[in-house]
Design a protein around this ligand. Structure first.
Ligand code: PLP
Length: 226
């Protein structure tokens, strides 16, 4: 069934995260990025104790959520959100990590059901100013944060970024340092924010050392995507 392999990979990854977190002196949450992977692969990780999963595409996530509805999982949308999917996200996710424009805030707040806790929200920042990537300009963070905080059905939790895959680790480190500074600045006006989502399969240890409290790991956990 391949389960021993999955279990070995999972425990090894958790251990590497724990070591990095201890060295950095703060707690770190692992988000398992399950995009393109079937519900069966998610089940295997759930059996090992993993409960938080990240998906990039709303429709794909909803299909898996239906297949796995008997399990109490925590779902994060980490891919770009189109306005016409805001209602699906408000009704079916626990976290939105990719909020990057004001237009999304009112519909998310309006559609979040009263029966659910507020939707946890991270502001996605385009830290390397890449034209092709989603995320807001750093200057927009205060305005977005204000509007999210004023929305009773949303809970502002922090910041997220996908730094450019610089081959040079120092350039990545610079991007992480900028994110850490933006996070500190955000805390001055919103002291309860607690989540800095940075780092993927190939650089999560560096991200943790630079302050990440949540790492989003896909291929190092599930194998490379087709
Ligand atoms: C795919 C993806 C990840 C995981 O990437 P890996 O390199 O497979 O670990 C993390 N964050 C986002 C936003 C992604 O789209």
């Amino acid at each position: 069934m391949g389960s021993t392999l999955v279990s070995g990979t999972y425990h090894e990854l958790r251990q590497r995260i724990d070591v990095a977190a201890q060295r950095a002196g703060h707690e770190v949450t692992l988000l398992a990025v399950s995009k393109t992977k079937p519900a069966a692969a998610i089940r295997e990780l759930v059996a090992l104790g993993q409960l938080a999963f990240g998906e990039n595409y709303v429709q794909e996530a909803l299909t898996k959520q239906r297949e796995l509805h008997s399990l109490l999982l925590q779902w994060h949308l980490i891919g770009p959100l189109q306005s016409n999917k805001a209602r699906d996200v408000a009704e079916h996710f626990d976290w939105l990590q990719s909020l990057d424009r004001e237009k999304l805030i009112a519909p998310l707040n309006r559609y979040r059901p009263e029966s659910m806790p507020p939707l946890n929200v991270l502001i996605q920042v385009n830290i390397d100013d890449e034209a092709s990537k989603s995320g807001c300009a750093p200057e927009l963070i205060p305005t977005l944060a204000e509007k999210i905080a004023a929305s009773p059905r949303l809970a502002l939790r922090g910041l997220m970024a996908i730094p450019a895959p610089h081959a040079d680790p120092e350039l990545r480190q610079a991007a992480y340092r900028s994110m850490r500074e933006l996070m500190q600045r955000l805390r001055e006006t919103h002291p309860h924010v607690d989540t800095l989502s940075l780092g993927m399969s190939d650089d999560f240890e560096l991200a943790i050392a630079e302050g990440a409290t949540m790492v989003r790991v896909g291929s190092a956990l599930f194998g490379t995507r087709a």
